[in-house]
Design a protein around this ligand. Sequence first.
Ligand code: OAD
Length: 255
Amino acid sequence: MTADGFHIPTNLIDHLHSSEKIVVLTGAGISAESGVPTFREAKTGLWSQYDPQELATPEAFNSNPELVWKWYTWRQRLIATAYPNAGHKALVSLEEYQANQAAGFVLITQNVDGLHQRAGSRNIIELHGNIFRTRCINQCRRDEQGPGQNTFPPRCPNCNGLLRPDVVWFGENLPREALLQASLASQTCDTFFSIGTSSTVEPAKSLPYGAKQSGAVIIEINPNPTSLSHSADFSLNGPAGIILPEIISSIRRES
Ligand code: OAD
């Protein structure tokens, strides 16, 4: 039982003790306690205040790159002043705890904020890109692009084409290799955590079902119910920054 009254079921901790491969899928909710807004929550979610069609589509970028870049620059600054929270840090501990298991631990994130990396997580798959990376719209020298170009909107030093944030926009495909690795990891794990995601966006929302079909135990952590909740073996209704540290304490206490 946490100080806030959350109870972590003993059979969940027993399962984690014997788990050989843990996959974690995170969404915007894990960064909420760091002060980074989510997307779909009423009032506070970004998509309740901004129109994604004007800011997060290739068409929006083609018609008004300045507006799109202003919005992404605002988000970059907001994220740069945020810090990883207790939930991010607990996932680092979970990865360390799993280090003695050969198949180990994979963290799949839909977040573009880089807070898992800053917390110290290592085996991370970024499904939707990273807000601090840019890439040339002409797809040249992708690996050599970085922030800090002098013009606004920034331009490619190689071909002078526009640089865009290296994130996945509505209507675009996910990075192929990242999606392949995420699907494979999900289908071969015995524990799948879905944390802080509304489970509304494909293909990420299908990953837990791939895991479940392969026999994995599904654990959801979210203060609100989602489309996944009724399929989860454990639905822990609370903030990740409280529940995840309690899971880590329980694992250590009972091992
Ligand atoms: P959403 O905004 O859709 O969902 C955030 C979820 O986090 C909600 O279900 C909240 O209940 C939950 N939540 C809020 N606070 C929490 C906390 N402290 N602990 C745990 N959960 C909490 O965000 P995503 O599911 O990540 O795509 O959205 C998926 C994708 O849609 C995003 O990656 C983004 C967006 O359009 C791209 O940018 C490509």
